[in-house]
Design a protein around this ligand. Structure first.
Ligand SMILES: Cc1cc2nc3c(=O)[nH]c(=O)nc-3n(C[C@H](O)[C@H](O)[C@H](O)COP(=O)(O)OP(=O)(O)OC[C@H]3O[C@@H](n4cnc5c(N)ncnc54)[C@H](O)[C@@H]3O)c2cc1C
Length: 612
């Protein structure tokens, strides 16, 4: 029977509220009595395994940076003997007809999945010997990675670099997944063209006039494809250099150690010791749209640039919908955006969104909030869409319209339920997410999952970070998720970027925070480029003056937010940021100056002192 032992911070007053600075072991490690588990900051105290217990680390309840008090549980151990089958990342490949005996990892919500309650629980059946197919394998490998998006190719490359013989399975011939082929990269190539069109249009403000642009759609499409091709071919080359074998075809698990891949050249059975699932997500297709009509598009279709519709409806005012609205508006479409919620880009603070909403309005983009696309009809002259108010009983601001094309951008759904995960014993939530622990392990110890299919935010940089972590853990490194924050960026015009705690979230959670906000109207650089609508705000813990979040709206906000993310990761206080010398004249100065605003030391603005 399992004999669990809790390791607690000792009952010594000195240890109150002390940050954890190092985790010395990881889940699954076998530990011996008196071995160090966790190091705390104050006088480098090390929490040790109690002398009564040799065992396996079942869970670790803290991460680096957490503050702990006396009595807090730091880890749970399973005493030796009770831990048979505990995760062994280097479990040998079972012979055909024999499954892996893996015990499930601890039940911990992944921070990478936004703390979802869908944890890698232990209720899924452990794979049994009978579950293996008994078929002859066409390919055998130490590591199989399913899906070649930013999560998958990163995981495969890192695994190979760490010496694991790796196979990468991808259903499309081109590596790179959604991000490189039909997501981040092509959208940014088109947004670059949109920005140039816009810049040229406004250059007359400073005395430089260009003729109205002529748009060669074929050439623009080719440019986008060239950008994508350069990156995807680069990936194929790097896979070869690392001796990562790629298999093209659609994969589905047939046992805890086997994946069947159906491709153009028939069916192959791949047997693996360890696996990283990185099968990503796909666009949600609302059921009330006629998807067999080419005029109804998801983001992949919209990036095809089949034509520039006279009238485009964008359903969904989130990042992807607004980026595509930006592109098509610049190319000449009359764009209408409808959003069900009461703000564009839900998740960002409303003040960050306002400059974008104002600019869209100026540009003639019609935005209707609290509006639902209720019914659709494919007519010869266009797609007719009828709207309803999101508020029961209210009349929508817009009742109906006929559009040459409709882009539906209402979110993405994980592919977890489409890969035969049940055959491997891997748990999948009702929504299609695969729960993982802090090491990206699923409930089956030798199978990891990463990227969009483990939870929000569905972002490429989250997927790559997780991919690296999973590969390193699989190769035997003692690691777990320690990143504090994941930045979000909308590459609209202006860009909006935020990271960490938002003001809205702080209010909802009753966190005591203070804000330093620097308006770009006072930035020499912003004035020089005629883009003063932006601002930079930093959010600090009121008691410690440590930075906990930040948001930037304005050109290049996506590049600028990296400094704020680093400051949060480093645990910077307001003075660390304010005293960092930023180059002048740059937009980056606005980060230092936002800190000075909070600190009351700003000289580039005049802020009257509060009376009393
Ligand atoms: C229009 C658009 C713009 C975006 N812009 C940004 C951005 O600017 N920045 C950002 O961070 N994120 C952006 N994203 C999101 C980003 O693309 C995803 O978060 C990222 O691609 C997720 O990576 P992943 O590795 O989890 O999965 P994916 O990139 O989805 O890759 C999964 C791969 O698995 C393959 N696959 C799935 N099932 C199987 C199977 N059964 N067999 C074989 N192969 C399979 C798929 O074909 C795919 O290639 C954007 C997304 C879209 C749609």
């Amino acid at each position: 029977m399992a004999n669990s032992i809790e390791v607690k911070v000792p009952d010594i007053g000195d240890y109150d509220d002390v940050p954890v600075i190092e985790l010395l072991v990881a889940v699954g490690d076998t530990v011996k009595k008196d071995q160090g588990l966790v190091t705390l900051e104050s006088d480098k105290a090390t929490m040790e395994v109690p002398s009564s217990a040799d065992g396996v680390v079942k869970s670790i309840s803290v991460k680096v940076g957490d503050k702990v008090s006396q009595g807090a549980v730091i880890a749970i151990l399973e005493a030796e003997g009770a831990a048979a089958g505990a995760s062994d990342a280097k479990a040998p490949l079972p012979p055909a007809g024999e499954g892996a005996a893996a015990s499930p990892p601890p039940s911990q919500p992944s921070p990478a999945s936004g703390g979802r309650s869908e944890s890698a629980a232990s209720s899924a059946p452990a794979p049994t010997a009978a579950a293996a197919s008994g078929r002859k394998a066409d390919v055998e490998c130490r590591m199989l990675v399913l899906g070649s998006g930013p999560g998958g190719y990163t995981a495969a490359f890192r695994a190979a670099d760490l010496g694991l013989d790796t196979v990468l399975v991808e259903r499309y011939a081109s590596l790179g997944g959604v991000c490189l082929n039909v997501g981040c990269i092509p959208s940014k190539a088109l947004l670059h063209a949109a920005a140039v069109i816009d810049e040229a249009e406004h250059a007359s403000d400073y005395g430089v006039s260009f003729a109205k642009p002529t748009i060669d759609l074929d050439a623009l499409r080719k440019y986008k494809e060239k950008v994508v091709g350069q990156l995807t071919k680069g990936l194929a080359g790097m896979a070869k250099q690392r001796k990562v074998r790629t298999v093209v075809g659609t994969g589905s698990f047939v046992s805890p150690n086997e994946l069947e891949v159906k491709g153009e050249n028939g069916t192959q059975l791949i047997r693996f010791e360890q696996c990283i699932i990185a099968a990503g997500s796909q666009a949600v297709k609302l059921g009330n749209f006629p998807w067999d009509d080419k005029r109804v598009m998801d983001s992949t279709d919209a990036l095809e640039l089949a034509d520039v519709p006279n009238k485009l409806l964008v359903v969904g005012g989130g990042i992807i919908g607004l980026e595509m609205a930006t592109v098509y508006r610049a190319l000449g479409s009359e764009v209408t955006v409808v959003e069900f919620l009461d703000q564009l880009m839900p998740g960002a603070d409303p003040d960050l969104v306002k400059p974008l909403a104002d600019r869209l309005k100026k540009q003639g983009v019609a935005v209707h909030l609290k509006t639902k696309a209720a019914a659709t009809q494919a007519l010869k002259e266009g797609i007719k869409v009828s709207f309803e108010s999101a508020e029961a009983g209210k009349t929508p601001a817009l009742e109906s319209g006929v559009y040459d094309r409709v882009l539906v951008a209402v979110g993405r759904a994980p592919n977890g339920a489409k890969i035969g995960a049940d055959q491997a014993g891997v748990q999948v939530s009702e929504r299609g997410f695969i729960p993982v622990d802090r090491q990206m392990r699923t409930n089956v110890a030798h199978i990891f999952a990463i990227g969009d299919l483990v939870g929000n935010p569905m972002l490429a940089h989250k997927a790559t970070h997780e991919g690296k972590l999973a590969a390193e853990v699989a190769a035997g490194e003692k690691k777990e998720w320690v990143a504090r924050v994941i930045p979000s960026v909308a590459y609209t015009d202006p860009e909006i970027a935020w990271v960490g705690v938002t003001e809205t979230e702080a209010k909802a959670k009753g966190l005591k925070v203070g804000v330093g906000k620097f308006p770009w109207a006072a930035s020499g650089r912003a004035i020089g480029i005629g883009r003063t609508e932006g601002f930079t705000k930093l959010i600090f813990d009121e008691a410690t003056h440590r930075i906990v979040g930040g948001g930037i709206v304005g050109v290049h906000a996506g590049d600028l937010i990296a400094e704020v993310a680093l400051a949060i990761e480093m645990g910077c206080e307001v003075a660390d940021i304010g005293h960092t010398i930023h180059p002048h004249p740059t937009l980056s100065e606005s980060v230092g100056m936002a800190a000075e605003v909070f600190d009351g030391t700003i000289t580039d603005l005049y802020i009257p002192k509060k009376k009393g």
